[in-house]
Design a protein around this ligand. Sequence first.
Ligand SMILES: [Zn+2]
Length: 238
Amino acid sequence: PEESLSLFELALEELGLIENARIRLVNLPKSQEIKVRNIRSKHLNEIVVIEGIIRQASDVRPQVVNAKFECPSCGTVISVLQIEKKFREPTRCSCGRRGGFRLLSKEMVDTQRLVIEESPESLSGGEQPKRIDTFVKEDLVEPKMEEKTTPGARVKIIGVLKEVPVPLASGGLSTRFALAIEVNNIIPLEETFEELDINEEDENQILELAQDPRIFEKLARSITPSVWGYEEIKKSLV
Ligand SMILES: [Zn+2]
């Protein structure tokens, strides 16, 4: 799926339609939706859709995605895509040289790590919520978007499941892998206050309520109406 997405993006760019095109998937069939607890290695490199609550959000930091090197022997410029965690250098040049290449430039993008936890209502009985790491980049970490992806926010995440090698204390790599989602799109599932759509009718109703001398009690009572009593606590929440 990743390759087809990249091909689409390249095609859009070549057609001159959009510069730096990024395809963000929106509506995917329900069959792609999966609970975090049910994610297995058979889903690796497939598109998965999960829903949950953001529990941790790292700072947005730059990451190298592409690096250009120059061969000191013949001057050839070699591009190396940086897809793994470890910074990769060219292994050899077409002239036969191995190693000792000069780093010319690095292409950086902003990235962020979000930890997603299953939402409580998706659990049954005594199940503990499961978590998964997700990696977000480029336009999805722009300040406008970052406001909606703070801890506590409920989101739908569309992305590709990846394996991440677990580094051992000795410095080597373990044969065990952790799973993480490389995010294609984040869809916030709740509107922020600023975005709440208030039409004229709502506005009139709000203004009318504002005139109500008993508005304070009414608002207090509207909080968890199924729970009786606790009037003082409810009032303090208003
Ligand atoms: Zn060379």
